[in-house]
Design a protein around this ligand. Structure first.
Ligand SMILES: [Cu+2]
Length: 361
């Protein structure tokens, strides 16, 4: 059930074990001049400045908007995020499928969410960066009804496009603070439909969690702190999603608040590992999609959407430190919930991971 996570852990353990003596490993090897990556946050190679040349120059990959770029620098990124939900829960108590079917015609069993995120970061000044992001989302939810018929609903398409401004208003040798201010545009569909046993032609809208966007303009404020000292880096971020108005289906999703803190250690000049703890809280739905039959399934209810979750997340950042592929970044992060309280019944999160490529030009 968790093959990806096991692979990820094995990889993490491998890197940790093979890279004892992090600082010594980079001295004078490969005939390359000592770049003293540890003590020089800004490095000039062939007349070009690379503030970007360290694996822990970026936060763990699940943290968005953690750094700014130099004026006229452009970073392109691709992130693949996957999240699995499995089983139902009410409050902090797990529910069996039969318990769910006591109250509802249909019980969701599991959900798989996949996101491809294409992003750019454009340095407007040395302290102000703008970051557009386009997601492509695929969702699948497995169900069973009281008659014992199993079925799967699916949706896929572009999600809500985001534009975020990052302003670094505090910068010391070892400390940075960034103000994040973004807007999420209602480009994701809220009209997704799929055939079900009671709707064979797929005429009705799918329940809220299967839609691809919020349908509203959402504001994305945030504050991000990062610190460095030698082989160690750390940081904390708080971000929110604040919805405005009602969408064209007469509802508005709940607001979200996310808080995250992490610590990282550089293992070599091309790899760093991190451990992050994240806490998230999200609210119920205001209004109601008149298309949805709330007696059918929990996910169509507006009052069974909120919850809180805490996750433990392990991460690895890699960068190619020299050669023709210099500056290419690869990063991964995988996490498990350590606590979740859901206004249920609701599907509970089982695990998630993110893999990403990034390159600054
Ligand atoms: Cu960047």
């Amino acid at each position: 059930m968790r093959p990806y996570y096991l692979v990820f852990c094995a990889l993490a353990a491998g890197v940790l074990l093979t890279s004892a003596g992090p600082a010594a490993a980079q001295d004078g090897q490969d005939g390359v001049e000592d770049l003293d990556l540890e003590n020089a946050p800004v490095i000039t190679i062939y007349g070009r400045t690379f503030e970007e040349s360290e694996p822990d120059g970026h936060a763990p990959v699940g943290v968005m908007g953690d750094h700014v770029h130099k004026e006229r620098e452009i970073m392109l990124s691709y992130r693949y995020k996957r999240m699995k939900m499995d089983g139902n829960r009410d409050g902090t108590t797990d529910l069996s499928t039969d318990e769910v079917l006591d109250s509802w015609m249909v019980a969701p069993l599991r959900m798989d969410m996949e996101m491809h995120m294409f992003g750019a970061m454009i340095g407007v000044t040395d302290d102000f960066t703008v970051a557009p992001m386009i997601p492509y989302i695929r969702k699948e939810m497995d169900h069973i009804n009281r008659a014992g018929v199993a079925f799967t609903t699916k949706s896929k398409g572009i999600g809500d496009v985001r534009l975020t401004g990052l302003y670094r208003f505090f910068k010391r040798e070892k400390h940075n603070i960034i103000l994040n201010a973004g807007i999420s545009f209602p480009t994701g569909s809220i009209d997704e439909k799929s055939a079900t046993p009671t709707d064979r032609n797929g005429v009705n809208d799918l329940p809220y969690p299967m839609q691809l966007g919020s349908g509203t303009y959402d504001f994305l404020p945030g504050l991000t702190y990062r610190g460095y000292a030698g082989d160690y880096s750390w940081g904390a971020q708080a971000t929110a999603t604040i919805r405005s108005g009602d969408n064209s289906h007469d509802y508005r999703l709940g607001n979200r608040l996310q808080v995250s803190a992490w610590g990282g250690r550089r293992l070599t000049d091309w790899a760093s590992a991190s451990l992050r703890v994240a806490w998230e809280s999200w609210g119920d739905i205001r209004g109601r999609d008149p298309n949805l039959n709330t007696a059918m399934v929990q996910s169509a209810s507006t009052t069974l959407q909120g919850g809180q979750r805490a996750d433990a997340i392990l991460g690895l950042n890699f960068i190619v430190p020299r050669g023709p592929l210099m500056g290419n970044r690869l990063a991964l992060e995988g996490g498990l919930p350590v606590y979740q309280r859901l206004e249920g019944p609701q599907l509970k999160t089982d695990h998630f991971f993110t893999v990403s490529w990034q390159k600054t030009f």
